[in-house]
Design a protein around this ligand. Structure first.
Ligand code: THU
Length: 132
């Protein structure tokens, strides 16, 4: 747990957020224990902005990973940590690959101060492969 949060804090150092000034890092742990990290990447035309969580997921999925155990997330303005809750778009991406009563989302302020939520707590319902 502590180590995953530390990896998210490290990933946050690469956050590119000149517009919001809100820097986010994520560390996604696969079922086999491998970890993919991500940061938010903003854009001058705003909508192409990618959140830290999706960066981590897309890196992992593009490398052939499909099974995930948990993700640690840290974020805040420069010099502070506020433990942001993932946005709806990121939760929807998580729901594509993760079981709602299994996958854990660790909202961290530091390696010592964090809260653990199940995906289903943050996104009780979602549109999924089963609905099509
Ligand atoms: N952001 C994330 O990367 N993850 C979150 O969980 C919350 C929001 C980013 C998007 C944008 O670059 C900045 O934080 C402010 O919303």
């Amino acid at each position: 747990m502590k180590n995953l949060i530390l990896q998210a804090i490290k990933a946050r150092e690469n956050a590119y957020a000149p517009y919001s000034g809100f820097y986010v890092g994520a560390a996604l742990e696969c079922e086999d224990g491998t970890v993919y990290t991500g940061c938010n990447i903003e854009n001058a035309s705003y909508t192409p902005t990618n959140c830290a969580e999706r960066t981590a997921f897309f890196k992992a999925v593009s490398e052939g990973r499909r099974k995930f155990r948990r993700i640690a997330i840290v974020g805040g303005k420069q010099g502070e940590m506020t433990a942001p809750v993932p946005c709806g778009v990121c939760l929807q991406v998580m729901a594509e690959f993760c079981e709602s009563d299994y996958f854990e989302i660790i909202l961290a302020k530091s390696p010592e101060e964090y809260e653990i939520k199940k995906l289903g707590e943050l996104l009780p319902s979602s549109f999924s492969l089963k609905d099509q």
